[in-house]
Ligand binder design. Structure first.
Ligand code: SAH
Length: 250
């Protein structure tokens, strides 16, 4: 028997949003470990499977639990929402894994919120884009500001994760004000809440309106570049060449 941990991105929501590969790994593993909310999202599709849940903010404990289980010659799947390598647990698993050299690690990619949310809004990420988290739990706010300014100065589409929390109510407003140093207040923006989950909803607005929008931690935010526009009620960033050029017409 091999000692192995799969770190599985389950996508934004329930079962039908995960890859076939992710589902088959969860099918064949002995135990699924994860944050309670994610385990609840998928549990009914893996009846009889042993599940180990931990509350939020106990990432290191959750990783060690996974390694302890794998040490018992069991195949463990550690689940994360979206992709495990995007503000997820993949990196921490490798770091803690240094203490468990006999346990192999394999990462199973998932659909991150930028991509699933982008599809809900239309086609906002057709050209170069930057993904920035507004959480300053693990990153200094000064660095976050620097990255926001650099991305906005380069006219990138910007996708914001962790736009708010109870303690960080005004961070989205602060981010928008930094971006408005470089971008028009009329820039097309979008927000998507609870992607792939019950109550999913999206809204398209200007950058000035976004600055006053009350996003929460279940929301992903999209700020267009200078060419992003609204087509049929959806947020669309042109690919970088005009339709006329593409069809060969003048
Ligand atoms: N690993 C995850 C990201 C975790 S960080 C991924 O790849 O998607 C948590 C942030 O991701 C949230 O604050 C939110 O901005 C975004 N997010 C993750 N899942 C989401 C969902 N289902 N709906 C909306 N936003 C989501």
């Amino acid at each position: 028997m091999s000692k192995k941990i799969y770190v599985v991105g389950i996508g934004p929501g329930g079962y039908e949003q995960m890859t076939i590969r992710a589902a088959s790994v969860l099918e064949k593993c002995d135990i699924i470990v994860g944050y309670t909310v994610y385990v609840d999202l998928i549990a009914e599709h893996f009846p009889g499977k042993e599940m180990l849940t931990t509350p939020m903010r106990q990432e290191e404990k959750r990783c060690r639990m996974a390694f302890e289980e794998a040490g018992k010659d069991r195949q463990v799947a550690m689940i994360c929402s979206g992709d495990a390598g995007v503000y997820g647990m993949a990196g921490l698993i490798y770091e803690i894994g240094m203490d468990y050299p006999d346990v192999a690690v394999e990462i199973i990619s998932g659909v991150t919120a930028a991509l699933s949310g982008g599809a809900v809004l239309g086609a906002p990420l057709m050209h170069d884009f930057a993904v920035i988290s507004l959480s300053d739990l693990l990153t200094k706010w000064e660095l976050i500001e620097k990255r926001l300014a650099a991305a906005a100065a380069a006219d990138m589409v910007i996708c914001l994760y962790n736009p708010s929390s109870k303690k960080r109510k005004d961070y989205l407003n602060r981010a928008c004000r930094i971006i408005m140093r470089y971008a028009s207040p009329d820039t097309v923006c979008g927000v998507v809440r609870s992607i792939g989950r019950e109550g999913e909803k999206y809204q398209i607005m200007t950058l000035a309106e976004l600055a006053d929008y009350g996003a929460d931690m279940f929301t992903t935010v999209f700020i267009g570049n200078s060419t992003t526009r609204i087509i049929n009620g959806k947020m669309v960033t042109p690919r970088g060449y005009s339709h006329k050029q593409k069809t060969g017409q003048e």
